[in-house]
Design a protein around this ligand. Structure first.
Ligand code: PLP
Length: 385
């Protein structure tokens, strides 16, 4: 019987680790964790020092919705000067969560009786498991048209077929698994469609990778300048931005054109009944960090530098694949890239014989985690692919 988990990230990465243990030089493009050029997990001393120094200060439970300084700091970190505009234009609320995963689970759970979740057919595979666990209905649209452009026709067609309210998931910028970024025009087209469907469509912006995008400010500005008669949710991840993968911290920020007292209670209730409250030492470390302008400036610069390095590898690899005749989905920025290959499993098997490890994303889509590759890997791939 075929093993459906054979090309799951964890299975592939285990084979890669075993191959490495047997003394082989490997290229591991399977793991979605940012490694620096020396293959060390990227995290920031300016933040880690607070984790070490303030651990005992934050060993107690935080409140259900999270540590207030963490909340204020993370929202300012993401939305900057536009935070005031957004909180004036909309009713708002926030809960700290156990990573972006839990933020998505929380909003899926809260909306499961009223909304259908609308995903594209190229997506972070864990959405499926999260939706299953939250017991929410899911529909999909085709993300790319035959010219590999964002497929609004398919999105609109799928949305029009759904009778109840919709929670449209937009994973942008640095879409996982393709590295696609929506353009300003595409955001405006999206907002127009939401306006045409008055109150029918709410959006979940999955902004797990926003810190690694050059479009961060532009996107926040677009959202702030285009008030919608809907609810907007933002799932925030501290994994990628701060190297907090294992600490499990994130947040769900909700903005709504409507009263949100009931939503506030539902969000808090879901947190209380699942994780009870988020990781307080992790929130505490970030709360201390957000209080230190110099440290923030320094980390922002480092994130920018890391982002540039990853994007360089991504673009080089994209061009290499295209030059070798592969159909590569459009890559702009981010941790992942996807190319299409018939008999993808067979091809991945061949690559593994050459000690190269990528994962499958859909039957014929191969996902490369650029974030765990360095320039030496890139040079080697240029020769082997
Ligand atoms: N959203 C996307 C698109 C992701 O790729 C991930 C992690 O890989 C997450 C959300 C959630 O990450 P975490 O739960 O570690 O914050």
């Amino acid at each position: 019987m075929e093993n459906s988990l054979e090309y799951d990230i964890l299975s592939v990465s285990e084979r890669a680790k075993n191959d490495l243990k047997s003394g082989n030089k490997i290229i591991n493009g399977s793991i979605g964790v940012l490694l620096d050029n020396n293959k060390v997990l990227v995290s920031y001393q300016e933040i880690n020092s607070h984790l070490k120094n303030n651990l005992e200060k934050y060993l107690d439970y935080s409140s259900m919705s999270g540590n207030k300084n963490y909340k204020d700091g993370i929202l300012k970190w993401i939305f900057g000067d536009y935070l005031d505009t957004l909180t004036k234009e909309y009713n708002s609320t926030f809960v700290a969560t156990s990573g972006g995963t839990d933020a998505i689970f929380t909003i899926f759970s809260v909306l499961k009786n009223t909304h259908t979740v609308l995903l594209s057919d190229s997506y972070w595979p864990n959405y499926n498991q999260i939706a299953k666990q939250a017991e929410v209905r899911v529909k999909k649209y085709h993300r790319y048209d035959s010219e590999n452009k964002f497929n609004f026709d398919s999105l609109k067609e799928a949305a029009n077929k759904i009778d109840e309210k919709i929670l449209l998931v937009i994973n942008d910028p640095c879409h996982n698994p393709t590295g696609y970024n929506l353009s300003n025009e595409e955001y405006l087209e999206l907002f127009n469609f939401i306006k045409e469907n008055d109150q029918k469509i709410d959006i979940l912006f999955d902004i797990a990778y926003i810190d690694y995008s050059t479009r961060k400010e532009e996107i926040v500005k677009l959202i702030a300048e285009n008030k919608l008669n809907s609810s907007l949710y933002f799932s925030i991840s501290c994994s990628k931005s701060f190297g907090f993968y294992g600490l499990r911290l994130g947040g769900l920020f909700a903005l709504s054109a409507f009263p949100i007292e009931e939503l506030k209670n539902q969000l808090k209730g879901t947190i209380r009944g699942t994780i009870s409250s988020a990781n307080h030492p992790a929130m505490g470390a970030l709360a201390e960090f957000f209080n230190d302008e110099r440290a923030m400036k320094s980390v922002k610069e480092k994130i920018l530098k890391e982002g540039k390095r990853v994007n360089f590898i991504g673009k080089e690899l994209h061009d290499l694949l295209v030059s070798k005749g592969f159909n590569c989905l459009p890559y702009r920025e981010g941790f992942f890239l996807t190319f299409i290959k018939e008999n993808a499993k067979e091809y991945l098997k061949e690559l593994e014989k050459k000690h190269i490890y990528f994962t499958l994303s859909g039957d014929s889509n191969i996902r490369v985690a650029i974030c765990s590759l360095n320039e030496t890997d890139l040079k080697a791939l240029k020769e082997v692919l």
